[in-house]
Design a protein around this ligand. Structure first.
Ligand SMILES: [Zn+2]
Length: 72
C-alpha cells in the first residue's frame, strides 16, 4: 500500500501545517466577528504577551493579558 509508505513523510508536514492553518483560521474568525475597525493588539504590562484587545483586562490604566497578570 503506497499510503503506508508516504504516511511517515506526511506526518511532519501535517505537524508543520497545523499551527499555520489554525492561526489563519483564528485570524479569519476574528476578522469575521469584528464589526468595528479598531482591531488592536496590546502588550500585557506584566508579562509582555501580545493579546487582542477583546481579551485584554484593563486595570489601573494598564493592560493585562489575564486575571493572573492583573492581580499579580
Ligand atoms: Zn500577562
Amino acid at each position: 500500500m503506497i499510503f503506508l509508505k508516504i504516511l511517515p513523510l506526511l506526518i511532519p508536514l501535517i505537524i508543520f501545517l497545523i499551527p499555520i492553518i489554525s492561526r489563519s483560521y483564528l485570524k479569519f474568525l476574528f476578522t469575521k466577528n469584528k464589526t468595528n475597525k479598531d482591531d488592536l493588539i496590546l502588550a500585557c504590562d506584566k508579562c509582555g504577551t501580545y493579546s487582542h484587545q477583546s481579551i485584554i483586562i484593563k486595570k489601573r490604566d494598564k493592560n493585562f493579558c489575564s486575571n493572573e497578570c492583573a492581580s499579580a
